[in-house]
Design a protein around this ligand. Structure first.
Ligand SMILES: [Fe+2]
Length: 462
């Protein structure tokens, strides 16, 4: 069976958007909700690790680039040497016979002024050291925590239970989109752009410059909006082309599913602008990001670490949801256990931002009461969606892999569980669309565009 896809625009989704913490004193997360007819609204997610006002001020004004404490110390040293040379020169100019005169000058009122100046500089140095707490002292030239705190906007797409993220550098407004969703109605094979358009509204309102559109993997439960967003951003006057990026193993996935669905190789070769190697680092403005290979759910799966924030995709879910299925081609419960263990080995305060959330009914939510969701691509669940939990919380409470979980036990349970799961409702459409980087197939001679959907046929019908 081949299904014809149509494209239309309609408002179907709702979004929830969070800004990266600015107020460390707020005790509990607050999540604002925007209904389909409303614009995206912002709220603040408080941090669980220390972020003092001084620290934020330091990031913004003092420690950007090379102008950090070490730079201050060098400047003070240069000022001292310059001041001394100047004084020496003045002394010699006045009495060029001998530097002995300069020695005498050191007892003069000018010298005392020099000493006062030196004392002031020492005071400034001590003040800087106390105020900005630059420890470890000898790792201040380019320490890893000197990257600014990113602004993290999280937007939930309820139909597929997907968290989309826009991560921005507050000092330059450069930003990256992670795992955006294109709306798709399987019943009518219709594509629409309501969810992605809300991301565009947010980007415009925040005046972000999108430099990257990042995929964690080839999704099987929803269509990616990467290509649509790239096109729209360029139409809206983006000065640089946002790069659609994914892990390097996309080539294997493309060849596997390209052959299965008879996708023209020419539609795959340039589907992504850039493919990341494992552990590769890159910049989003002045933010430093690092790629983490996190296989298991799919073999190509990667995550993105930006400071103490890790965008995990489907390599881990919130503690009361647990883990993602591993039964897609190339998936592996054993590999997923390794990836989850990698994430749980990160520092306890690190935040793990998940690619989906299927909140169980017992998670507080004022408007829902239905049963727990699952990773079959139909969203679901009854509680309140949460974009992240910390490594500490995951280690203590993840229902599938936490401290003390035995690998063999998880692999056995996950394999048995996956054997009983229905496949995602739009898996065939999603795979064909997503290996193309989010581009629709080329038109046939009559202008129609088709995706292939295999039939499930009983023997008696053949
Ligand atoms: Fe997925």
């Amino acid at each position: 069976m081949i299904s014809r896809i149509t494209l239309k625009s309609e408002a179907l989704s709702k979004c929830r958007v969070h800004l990266r913490p600015r107020n460390p004193e707020t005790p509990r997360p607050v999540i604002a909700e925007a209904h389909p007819s409303e614009d995206i609204t912002h709220t603040t997610v408080p941090t669980t690790h220390h972020l003092s006002i001084v620290h934020a001020w330091k990031q913004k004004f003092l420690l950007r680039g090379t102008f950090n404490l070490f730079g201050c110390m060098i400047l003070i040293f240069i000022a001292e040497v310059g001041h001394s040379l100047y004084s020496c020169g003045v002394a010699c100019f006045r009495s060029p016979l001998s530097l002995h005169i300069y020695a005498l000058a050191m007892t003069s009122p000018r010298s005392r002024a020099l000493q006062v100046g030196f004392g002031l500089n020492v005071c400034i140095l001590i003040y800087v050291m106390v105020l900005f707490q630059p420890f470890p002292l000898f790792n201040v030239w380019n320490p890893p925590n000197m990257s600014p705190e990113p602004q993290i906007n999280a937007c939930y797409e309820p139909k597929s239970g997907t968290w989309q993220y826009i991560v921005a550098d507050p000092t330059t407004n450069d930003a990256a989109i992670i795992d955006p969703v294109l709306d798709f109605d399987a019943a009518t094979s219709s594509i629409s752009t309501s969810t992605a358009d809300k991301l565009l509204d947010l980007i415009a309102r925040q005046n972000y410059t999108i430099t990257h559109i990042l995929e964690t993997h080839v999704h099987a439960d929803h269509l990616t909006a990467s290509a649509y967003l790239q096109t729209q951003l360029l139409k809206k006057g983006a000065t640089q082309r946002p790069k659609i990026c994914i892990g390097k193993r996309i080539k294997d996935v493309q060849s596997r599913f390209g052959a299965r669905y008879h996708v023209d190789p020419s539609e795959l070769s340039d589907a992504f602008d850039y493919t990341f190697s494992d552990d590769e680092t890159f910049s989003i403005g002045s933010l430093k990001a690092q790629v983490l290979h996190l296989p298991g759910h799919t073999p190509d799966h990667i995550g993105y670490a930006i400071g103490p924030n890790v965008f995990t995709g489907d390599s881990i879910f919130n503690p009361d949801v647990g883990s993602a299925r591993c039964d897609f081609p190339g998936g592996s419960a054993n590999a997923l256990f390794g990836s989850m263990s990698t994430l749980l080995a990160l520092p306890a305060h690190y935040r793990l931002y998940t690619g989906h959330d299927y909140p169980p009914a017992d998670r507080p939510h004022p408007n829902k009461a239905d049963g727990a969701g699952d990773d079959d691509g139909d969203g679901g669940g009854g509680g309140r969606e949460v974009p992240f939990t910390t490594v500490k919380e995951q280690k203590e409470r993840n229902k599938h892999v936490r401290d003390g979980t035995v690998r063999e036990d998880f692999v056995k349970w996950r394999s048995e569980r996956d054997a009983g799961l229905a496949e995602p409702k739009v898996i065939h459409q999603a795979l064909q669309f997503n290996i193309r980087g989010g581009r629709v197939p080329g038109p046939d001679p009559e202008g129609y565009r088709f995706l292939r959907v295999p039939l499930q046929v009983p023997q008696a019908v053949l």
